[in-house]
Design a protein around this ligand. Structure first.
Ligand SMILES: [Zn+2]
Length: 276
């Protein structure tokens, strides 16, 4: 049963299409190389309990499916997004639409700028930063950080290793802008204050809060990233129980995952609100 489900994801994975955040749109088309899927072994998958529903398994958790062909997903209407082709889980989308309507009544216009991203898509983002075809803070990291571990840690400030992104799950969205400065004043501040006060009423939590004693590890703060917790909590728990650094493979720089402790520090390095 489980094997059959994974097989169907595998056959769809090469077709993956999803919306792209503005900052990566310039380079994400350039990588046309075929993707070598690195899936958990049959033994690893077989040991997994079913969590919440049949479609949750390690292949799903790691983004090895095409949201455009997954029965639990739907395309996001353009009125809610800044581009065509964004996909979300249907349950997360319904909750988002309610939140969007409530925000609008308070004069706050929420806009999805990134939603579901497949393993393949995340690999394009990661490798562009890894090999220098996309600059990070104005630098070609392949030249300025020749040490693989240092380079991976730099990319990990804001980008996930393929297979470890919450954006694989269909529960997570980036809203309005991808810069902290946008949310510090004017419309951005109003949006952030509204979300901070009300998002939880619709099931959304913010996983990447400010770093500090409460959240010592993981990505830097992201005021734009929100997560549909009623579903994401099951996937977070599945990651805690079954995702291991050794499974993080299939892209340039993946060998650093184990030394960095990507699962513990990054996948599980989220706010308390998103762990409950
Ligand atoms: Zn995000």
């Amino acid at each position: 049963m489980m094997g059959k489900t994974i097989f169907s994801f595998l056959s769809l994975a090469s077709l993956a299409v999803s919306c792209t955040p503005p900052a990566s749109s310039s380079q994400s088309d350039s990588s046309a190389a075929p993707v070598a899927l690195q899936l958990p072994t049959a033994g690893q998958v077989k040991e997994l309990p079913l969590v919440r529903q049949d479609s949750f398994n390690l292949a799903y958790l790691m983004g090895h499916f095409d949201p455009a062909n997954h029965p639990d997903f739907t395309v996001v209407e353009i009125r809610y997004a800044n581009r065509e082709g964004c996909y979300l889980r249907k349950d997360a989308y319904e909750a988002f639409k309610k939140m969007h309507a409530a925000a609008l009544q308070s004069g706050v216009q929420l806009q999805i700028i990134s939603a579901t991203r497949s393993f393949k898509h995340q690999k394009e983002i990661w490798e562009a930063k890894w090999n220098g075809s996309r600059q990070v803070e104005g630098q070609d990291l392949s030249k300025t950080l020749p040490s693989p571990e240092a380079r991976a840690r730099k990319i990990l400030e804001y980008s996930s290793m393929p297979g470890t992104s919450r954006h694989h799950w269909g529960t997570d969205i980036d809203l309005n802008a991808l810069t902290d400065s946008y949310f510090q004043k004017g419309d951005g501040l109003k949006i952030f204050e509204w979300l901070s006060a009300h998002a939880h009423q619709y099931g959304f939590c913010r996983p990447y809060t400010a770093k500090g004693p409460e959240r010592p590890n993981g990505y830097e703060e992201e005021k734009w990233h929100w997560s549909y917790q009623p579903v994401a909590r099951h996937l977070t728990e599945m990651a805690r129980l079954h995702l291991r650094d050794e499974m993080i493979t299939g892209f340039q720089g993946a060998e650093t995952a184990r030394r960095i402790g990507v699962v513990e520090r990054y996948v599980l390095g989220v706010s308390k609100d998103c762990l409950q």
